[in-house]
Design a protein around this ligand. Structure first.
Ligand SMILES: [Zn+2]
Length: 323
C-alpha cells in the first residue's frame, strides 16, 4: 500500500471511529434514559422539568437551591438533580424553532422520502459521503460507462477539498446535501443543524453552481430540529428503501448482486457509499452486474428528484410488502 493509501486508510479509520463514537453516545444516552424512566414516572418527570425551567427563567442561577428545597417532598434533592442531569428530552427534539410566525420555505412542509410510488419502473441510485479521491472517480467511471444517472449526497468540507474530482462529471447527476462535516443532526439544536446543512448548501453552490434541494441526514439520524432546519433552507429529506449490505456479503459478491437485483422495488432508493471502509468496495466493484441486472428486469435509473417528479406525474399504489 502506498503512503497515500496508508493515509487514506487512517482517515477512513477516523471516520469509522467517529461514526461508532456517535452510535455509542446515542446508545449510552438511551440507557440513561431507560434508567431514569425506571426511577421516576413520566408524569412526575415532566412536572419537575417544567417547574425547573420556569424557575430558571424567573430566578436564574439562584433557582437551583430554591427548587431543591421546594421539591424535596417529591423524592428528595438527589433524585431531582439526577432527573435534571439526565435531561430526558434532547433539545434536538424541538420541531418548531421559533414562537412564530413560521413555515418551511417550500409550501409549508418538509417531505421525508424513503421511496416513491410510481407507475414507471424507476430506481434511484444514491452515493453518500464523497467526494473522496479513493473511490469517487471509480464510481463515476462506472456510471459514465453504463450511462446511469445517480444522486450524490455530498459532504461539504470534502466537496471544498476534492471538488475537482467531480466538477465536470455531475451534468447527468443530482448533487444533494449530506451536511458540512457528516454531523449527527439528531444531537443538534436548530441553529447548529441550520449551520451544518447551510454550510454544505453554500459549498455545493460555489463548487458545482447548483442549488441542492435534498438532504440525507448522516447515519439516517434526525430529530425535530433537523427537519425544521431543512425546512427553513427549502430542503426535503431523503432516506432510502434498500442499502448495500457490504458487511453481510463482503466475502460473497454475487450474493450482494442477487440481493440488490432481487429486492429493489419500483420507485426504490438504493443507498451506497463512494468512500469509507474497505468493505464498501464489494458494492462498488459489483455496480456493473447490479446495474445490468436491474436493467434486465426493466428498471430505468433516475435521480431522486426525477423519481419524485415521476411519482407526482404518474402515481401508483405502493408495491406489496414481502411476507
Ligand atoms: Zn454518510
Amino acid at each position: 500500500m502506498s503512503d497515500t493509501g496508508d493515509e487514506r486508510g487512517r482517515r477512513d479509520e477516523v471516520d469509522r471511529e467517529a461514526e461508532q463514537g456517535a452510535e455509542q453516545r446515542v446508545q449510552q444516552q438511551d440507557g440513561q434514559q431507560d434508567e431514569a424512566r425506571g426511577r421516576a414516572g413520566e408524569g412526575a418527570r415532566r412536572g419537575r422539568r417544567r417547574f425547573l425551567k420556569g424557575a430558571g427563567i424567573a430566578a436564574g442561577g439562584a433557582a437551583a437551591g430554591a427548587v431543591g428545597g421546594a421539591l424535596l417532598a417529591d423524592g428528595g434533592q438527589q433524585s431531582i438533580l439526577a432527573s435534571v442531569g439526565s435531561d430526558l428530552t434532547p433539545d434536538s427534539a424541538m420541531a418548531v424553532p421559533v414562537a412564530g410566525p413560521w413555515r418551511p420555505r417550500h409550501n409549508g412542509h418538509v417531505d421525508i422520502v424513503y421511496s416513491v410510488d410510481t407507475a414507471q419502473k424507476l430506481v434511484a441510485l444514491t452515493f453518500d459521503d464523497g467526494p473522496m479521491p479513493n473511490w469517487t472517480p471509480m464510481v463515476h467511471d462506472v456510471l459514465d460507462a453504463e450511462q446511469v444517472k445517480a444522486t450524490f449526497f455530498l459532504v461539504g468540507e470534502r466537496l471544498v477539498r476534492n471538488g475537482g474530482l467531480i466538477k465536470d462529471r455531475m451534468a447527468r447527476h443530482e448533487a444533494a446535501n449530506h451536511t458540512w462535516a457528516h454531523q449527527n443532526l439528531s444531537r443538534m439544536t436548530h441553529p447548529e443543524a441550520l449551520a451544518a446543512i447551510g454550510r454544505a448548501h453554500r459549498a455545493i453552490g460555489s463548487v458545482l453552481g447548483r442549488e441542492a434541494r435534498l438532504l440525507r441526514p448522516p447515519f439516517g439520524h434526525f430529530g425535530g430540529t433537523a427537519v425544521s432546519a431543512a425546512g427553513q433552507l427549502g430542503y426535503d429529506m431523503t432516506l432510502w428503501s434498500i442499502k448495500m449490505l457490504e458487511k453481510t456479503y463482503e466475502a460473497h459478491p454475487p450474493k450482494l448482486v442477487d440481493y440488490i437485483v432481487g429486492n429493489t422495488q419500483q420507485g426504490g432508493i438504493v443507498l451506497a457509499h463512494d468512500t469509507g471502509n474497505p468493505d464498501r468496495l464489494v458494492a462498488l466493484r459489483n455496480l456493473v452486474p447490479m446495474i445490468r441486472g436491474l436493467r434486465a428486469k426493466g428498471f430505468e435509473f433516475v435521480t431522486v428528484s426525477e423519481l419524485r417528479e415521476a411519482g407526482a406525474r404518474s402515481p401508483a399504489p405502493a408495491p406489496a410488502e414481502k411476507p
